[in-house]
Design a protein around this ligand. Sequence first.
Ligand code: GAL
Length: 487
Amino acid sequence: MKHFSILLTLLFSQQVIAQNLYEGVPVFHGAKITGNFPNTEFLFTVPATGERPIEFTAQNLPQGLTIEPSTGIIRGLVKEKGSYTVKIFATNAKGRAGENLKIEIGDKLCLTPPMGWNSWNVFTNTLDEKLVMETADAIVSSGMRDLGYQYINMDDYWHDSTRAPDGKPVANPEKFPHGIKWLSDYVHSKGLKLGIYSDAGDKTCGKCFGGFQHEEIDAKVYAEWGIDLLKYDFCFVPFKKTEALSRYKKMGDALKGSGRSIVYSLCNWGLFNPWEWGESVGGNYWRTTPDIVDVWKGSPFWNGSFMSIMKKQTRLDKYAGPGHWNDPDMMIVGNYGKGKATGGGGKYKGMSDLEYQTHMSLWCMLNAPLLSSCDLRSMNEPTKNILLNPEILATSQDEKGEQAKLISKTNGIWLYQKNLSDGSVAVAVFNTSKSEKKFDLKSSALGLEGTYQAREVWKHIEAGILKDKIELTVKAHEALVLKLDKN
Ligand code: GAL
């Protein structure tokens, strides 16, 4: 029997890999499928890297849509329901690449886990127009848009002190001097989308006005403002399942009737098992846990360390699929304990870069929303390398939408597995212990027969052939991710 071991030495530094993304022929990334409601504004930026400038063209675009050649931004409105397969071409000085994009005009949004950013963990109440605009600029200049990051989500504290006399929501005019519509125009001009936050009670968790009994007017105004996503919280609501169901459904229905494709994110911290009913109230994803904090282990009161959050994801895989995802909370990659919310006011020192990489690996395996919450304007190189690794992102954005199953826990190693749409299998070998471990990855444990070519996703290297087993060495707190392709 032949054994192959993984070379843990990096053959190429990840920095070189990140640079190489912007050289050579165009390469497509991110979602290959996108959904929108009929007769509502459509916006999708084709994620692609390669030497710029790149010229984008499309064949078979449904009537009503156009593609902007210099950016790949597709806009417009499709009147009728339908499934369209569009062929996108990207051409630069080095060559030409083509790829199919499926556009589903129907009743589902979020056909792959949403990718983007959320203001809360780092900025809390200092959210304002300038931050949103600078973050949009940073998503473009860092290359995140080219890999599929799309949503800029404003969390709590965008509000004025009260609603308008007619009941309409109003943004704080000092923080948002040009108003939210102006801001969404800016965000949309970059091919990105704008999210907002409210609450199923009459106040948000930060005590701004909530959405209770204003669902229809709020959804209507959000649509007028050009909002693309709503995160709906659960503060100031009686802790009863019936209240959760009825209040979330009310807002879900209002969003559906708003005339806009607005993704709906439920945030009741996993109370009353939202994975069992989230989709029925119109939710596209639902929080499964209390708020994440920037620390590896322990369960600080109410909030969750990384490991306490991971423990709560077990056996939830069957509830996830295209259009409806489990949400273990925003990503803390690159926060290093500095987040106003996740740092606990200096209490939590943050995690190591390897731990942040593990966090990213597992969020991709779990098909969690990939909402970065660090300051995108000042990311260091390790943070960029974690957020901008195309191969790990591909395991998240796979069209099949299968959330990885935790298939075993042995000697501190948690083994995750999921099937991808091209017939390959993604595996994460997660060493939860404090010391480096050897681990035999066995075909039998994965239910696989025959031989598989193993590729190490983070390092972009071939890692040998899996026949009966591969011997792996996994560092403390590392999640080694392999893609197994049948030979
Ligand atoms: C919490 C929520 C956080 C953030 C915060 C805003 O309930 O879990 O993610 O949205 O409220 O006040």
